[in-house]
Design a protein. Structure first.
Length: 443
């Protein structure tokens, strides 16, 4: 087998245990090329039903045992879902000429793992983004805040599980945010450096592209909903829902995004000696001055991955193999014409502290509805063989329909079939574009 030929059958190791990984595993199971599917995390009850547990701990800092196991199990393709293992350099450790890894190298993953690196890269390449300053100590950050009037966004520069971003409308809020990062250490080592940037106004969209080092293939557009409460209010979360595609980005806008943001970013990385292979995720704000980058991620978004996988038409193993081997131009795939909406059902208290172990019922009833798939994020099986909650974001209830209003209504109706103590979810996913008279949202 050459490194550019996708094996058939193909043994796959999927790393990660959340809703994104359940969606990936669900799509991998549909591939005619799939041999054996191994999973790094079978705590997630939805994932556990789709593959075999990997008997070796996944740890980029001690990968010798994992590498030996991959050889013994004849793993052909490793798919890394979360940003943590990518930032640790697991791709570099596991990839060989005959074992490919879907996910960027440690150097390439800096684009998410180090927001200060990403900002500098964008400045050098003249990629449109919010004006920002980076600080490594409380005193200089405070001095900067005291000498500015405008609202700002305070971000932990490192990985903070999607929660290290605080939108501040007043100077007092900005001071509080900086104290939470530098003094209270709320985000740990992720806030060793802090970025303070201008607050942009407009609609936020998610642009994901597959990149094989040379070829760039843009996926259908998504819109995530990060704030906990309806009407885009309340604290930021890891994502309360997403839909795909969004009408906010037409073909002309997509061409602009590709020309001004995606291609220059891949080229800028190459100038740094970094070949990017994997998913490049750009979180953009559609401002009156055009699209600007809020952040880059080095993996599929969660929950954006769920509606993308629900609509994907193509063999996921072939797609991921081609991306990891520089052969993306040789593989064909498309997306269903239907719209997909993912509504995230959460535990009471999220994104703060929340209970675990609450029994979940009604998933079978939800999935019996036309076009509905329920992806597990924070679930597990109790000792009593009962499905229970095991996280803040519990389920990603995903529905397909011919249009956005119908898909959202279908997803919400499916959520009504599912019950666990304290459950809550946003019923207005997609509402930013469905309510034409609503004012612009400031995210």
């Amino acid at each position: 087998m050459s490194d550019s030929t996708c094996p058939n059958p193909c043994n796959v190791l999927l790393i990660g245990g959340g809703g994104r990984e359940h969606a990936l595993a669900w799509k991998l199971r549909q591939s005619s090329r799939l041999g054996k599917l191994w999973l790094s995390d079978t705590t997630n009850a939805g994932l556990a039903a789709l593959g075999e547990p990997c008997p070796v701990k996944i740890d980029g800092r001690d990968a010798f045992r994992l590498t030996r196991w991959c050889e013994t199990a004849d793993i052909h393709l490793v798919v890394i879902g979360p940003e943590g293992p990518l930032a640790q350099g697991l791709t570099d450790v596991l990839q060989t000429k005959t074992r490919r890894v879907f996910g960027p190298s440690k150097a390439a993953a800096q684009i998410e793992a180090d927001k200060a690196f990403a900002k500098q890269l964008m400045r050098q390449a003249a990629i449109p983004t919010a004006e920002a300053r980076t600080f490594s100590d409380l005193e200089s950050a405070m001095h900067y805040i005291e000498n500015r009037e405008d609202p700002c966004v305070v971000k932990a520069a490192g990985l903070a599980a999607g929660k290290g971003v605080i939108v501040c409308n007043t100077r007092e809020e900005a001071i509080g945010a900086v104290n939470r990062m530098f003094v209270q250490r709320e985000f740990g080592d992720a806030a060793g450096k802090v970025i303070i940037e201008e607050k942009l106004s407009g609609q936020e969209v998610s642009i994901l592209a597959l990149v094989d080092g040379r070829t760039i293939s843009l996926l259908d557009t998504c819109q995530d909903h990060k704030q906990r409460d309806e009407g885009d209010t309340g604290p930021n979360t890891g994502g309360m829902g997403a839909y795909c595609p969004t009408p906010l980005v037409d073909a002309a806008m997509m061409n602009t995004i590709q020309r001004q943001i995606i291609v220059p970013t891949v080229d800028a990385l190459r100038r740094e000696g970094i070949e990017y292979r994997g998913v490049l995720y750009a979180g953009l704000m559609l401002t009156p001055a055009g699209p600007k980058v809020l952040e880059f991620n080095c993996r599929f978004g969660d929950p954006e991955c769920q509606p993308l996988m629900a609509r994907l038409q193509g063999d996921l193993i072939e797609i991921l193999w081609a991306t990891s081997t520089g052969k993306l131009a040789d593989v064909d795939f498309d997306f269903d014409a239907q719209v997909a909406v993912c509504v995230v059902m959460c535990s009471g208290g999220y994104p703060g502290s929340y209970p675990k172990g609450k029994p979940i019922t009604g998933i079978d009833d939800a999935e019996s509805m036309d076009g509905v798939t329920v992806f597990h994020a924070g679930t597990t099986m109790a000792n009593t063989n009962e499905l229970v909650t095991n996280g803040g974001r519990v389920l990603g209830v995903t529905a397909l329909a011919d249009d956005l209003p119908t898909a959202r209504d279908r997803a919400n109706a499916a959520c009504e079939q599912i019950h666990f103590d304290g459950a809550f979810y946003r019923k207005d996913i997609g509402g930013r574009v469905l309510v034409a008279t609503s004012p612009p949202k400031h995210v």
